[in-house]
Design a protein around this ligand. Structure first.
Ligand SMILES: Nc1ncnc2c1ncn2[C@@H]1O[C@H](COP(=O)(O)OP(=O)(O)OP(=O)(O)O)[C@@H](O)[C@H]1O
Ligand SMILES: [Mg+2]
Length: 284
């Protein structure tokens, strides 16, 4: 039997006609409906959309923290909810909050993330050190999180995620808790790392400039979570258009999503679906 993880199929992530219902006191709430998209190997894809349109819910289903009510999600060919353990270490995530362990140094935090790979201790430390150097924190390997700025902590978090060398990288509002200057510098560095490692990346952002400057393709989500508009930034650039043009396209897409939403259809009858505790994935 072929192993879907190692076949090198070009679609690392496939989301097919997914809906997601949540049980609430007011009835079943529809967070996603008719959500379909694909992320191919080597692509950097951004998801943008108004608050509450289902972006984090989408990521939770990709991470295997939640399961779709209908439709399918496949990560490296596997169902991420059913094969959560098999995908550990193969999907990296950077959250808005760095989620570092406060009692561990920067080096120990990055090395801790590597424990899931069962590497020898020396190799974990060697790799952790190399990645901290790459994100510009060579002087701070022995600092504890409380001794670092928010931007530095997020760099440690990025180092921890990249050190695992996951085939797929996810980020949810990775820079939105930082001031604009720090965010801009981290964005540049993250783009450098993504390009250097040719990392397949799916990230969520509220920032239109961030989407247009980092992504090769931008998906605009409307409520309940579905793709309303898709901007092929890479093609626009190849055709001689600018990132600024791409930004305008994204803004147009967001306007289309707003116009298309009539405020109805979020609530409807549906069964409960299983959920997994987010803390199970806090390691990386
Ligand atoms: N566990 C849950 N139970 C009930 N409703 C939920 C649950 N999780 C999310 N929702 C609802 O689903 C919708 C989508 O939520 P989600 O967090 O995915 O939005 P988002 O696009 O990430 O928003 P934001 O930009 O504010 O982060 C929201 O209306 C939210 O209230
Ligand atoms: Mg969110």
């Amino acid at each position: 039997m072929t192993n879907p993880i190692t076949t090198g199929a070009s679609s690392l992530l496939v989301v097919s006609d997914v809906s997601k219902m949540f049980e609430t006191d007011s009835g079943a709430f529809c967070a996603c409906r008719g959500l379909s998209f694909v992320v191919h190997a080597g692509e950097t894809v951004a998801i943008v959309g108004e608050t509450g349109c289902g972006k984090s819910t989408t990521l939770a289903m990709v991470l295997g923290l939640q399961t779709p009510s209908t439709g399918t999600v496949r990560v490296l060919g596997l169902d991420p909810f059913a094969r959560f353990d098999a995908l550990r270490g193969r999907v990296g995530i950077v959250f808005q909050n760095d989620r570092l362990l406060p009692w561990r140094t920067a080096l120990e935090n990055v090395a801790f993330g590597l424990e899931i790979l069962h590497l020898p201790k020396e190799e974990r430390h060697r790799r952790a050190l190399a990645w901290l150097e790459r994100v510009g924190l060579a002087q701070f390997v022995n600092s504890y999180p409380h001794q670092l700025s928010g931007g530095m902590r997020q760099r440690v978090s990025i180092a921890r995620t990249f050190a695992i060398e996951p085939p797929l990288l996810l980020a949810d509002e990775a820079f939105s808790a930082l001031d604009e200057l720090t965010a801009a510098s981290l964005r540049r560095d993250l783009l450098g790392l993504i390009e250097e490692t040719n990392k397949t990346t799916l990230f969520i952002t509220h920032s239109v400039p961030e989407a247009a400057s980092l992504a090769g393709r931008v998906l605009v989500l409307g409520r309940p979570g579905h793709v309303v508009h898709e901007i092929d930034v890479a093609r626009m650039l190849a055709e001689g258009r600018s990132r600024h043009d791409a930004e305008n396209e994204v803004r147009l897409g967001l306007q289309l999503a707003r116009d298309a939403y009539d405020g109805s259809g979020d609530f409807s009858a549906a069964g409960r679906t299983p959920m997994r505790s987010a803390s199970m994935n806090a390691g990386g």
